[in-house]
Design a protein around this ligand. Structure first.
Ligand code: SAM
Length: 286
């Protein structure tokens, strides 16, 4: 049986593609907005790509979803209302709802097709989170939502695609400014900011804008094997600089109170994730 190989083309302009053997293609269609492929790979399990960029794999999604969620939530320490921009597969929603102190999670996803096909073909990612009474799903452009909502949030997590297609607007200063408008005092924004070894300009662009908008702008790192090229940067913006350097003991006490198990996140990993190698620091504006 000849196998089909599905290429990730995100870095093809740099002469790099990675291919995944697709032992079974479960879904391949253009939604109203994006080309969506869901397939099974022997190493990474079930995978989803959007417009040729790997979005999620069942084998390593826990790393990304735990680190994008528990780092800002436990650093903040008293999250009641959380906003997810993007996040169509439901992984961030699942992790956010594990915090029983969180009263409401609003998820603004532009492509209903991603949510529907993820529920159908990747149900283990959302794991029922869309049915949680605290979850509110809004199908809309995230930029429009943050410009118009009168709701306020303690943490905003931008789980976007890369800055191409419908995701491009989620990397613009106007969007970040409106996110800040929606944040409560002491609030935190976290952004999916690509792999700085391959996409340094993306991180520089975001941090430069965060520097203009927030008292503290940085990033933290986690290595997700299917996001090729080394550690991924998660952009960090807040007006409370102390939130980035909390002692492990504080994080550990909060994590113990949260009362759930993780497979990647630990308070020590949380603190260490903000220790940046020189080449990542060099992405920051002077
Ligand atoms: N974890 C993935 C990564 O790091 O690339 C991202 C996962 S999630 C599938 C990305 C989501 O962002 C997609 O569902 C996409 O439809 C959504 N998205 C893209 N542009 C958007 C916009 N302007 N507003 C809201 N959602 C958007």
């Amino acid at each position: 049986m000849s196998s089909r190989w599905i290429a990730e083309t995100l870095h093809e302009n740099g002469g790099l593609t990675t291919s995944y053997r697709a032992d079974k293609v479960l879904y391949e269609e253009r939604t109203d907005l994006q080309d969506l492929v869901i397939f099974d790979n022997p190493t990474f399990g079930r995978m989803m790509t959007l417009d040729g960029a790997t979005q999620v794999s069942t084998r390593d999604e826990f790393i990304y979803h735990e680190m994008m969620t528990h780092v800002p939530v436990l650093a903040h320490g008293n999250v009641r209302s959380l906003l997810i921009i993007g996040g169509g597969d439901g992984g961030i929603l699942r992790e956010a709802l594990r915090h029983k102190t969180i009263e409401r999670v609003t998820m603004v996803e532009i492509d209903a097709g991603v949510v529907e096909f993820s529920k159908l073909h990747l149900p283990m990612i959302s794991a029922g989170a869309f049915n949680d009474p605290r979850a509110e799903l809004v199908i809309a452009d995230g930029t429009k939502f943050v410009a118009e909502t009168d709701h306020r949030f303690d943490v905003v997590i931008v789980d976007s695609t890369d800055p191409e297609g419908p995701g491009a607007v989620l990397f613009e200063e106007a969007f970040y400014r409106n996110v800040k408008r929606c944040l409560n005092e002491g609030g935190i924004i976290v952004t999916q900011n690509g792999v700085p070894f391959l996409q340094p300009a993306e991180l520089t662009s975001t941090i430069t804008k965060f520097h203009r908008l927030f008292g503290d702008a940085s990033c933290y790192l986690a290595t997700i094997p299917t996001y090729v090229g080394g550690p991924m940067a998660m952009g960090w913006g807040t007006d409370d600089a102390a939130l980035r350097t909390l002692p492990v003991a504080t994080l550990a006490a909060r994590f113990a109170l949260a009362g759930f198990e993780t497979r990647y996140y630990t308070p020590e990993v949380h603190a260490a994730a903000f220790a940046l190698p020189r080449y990542v620091q060099d992405c920051f504006p002077g």
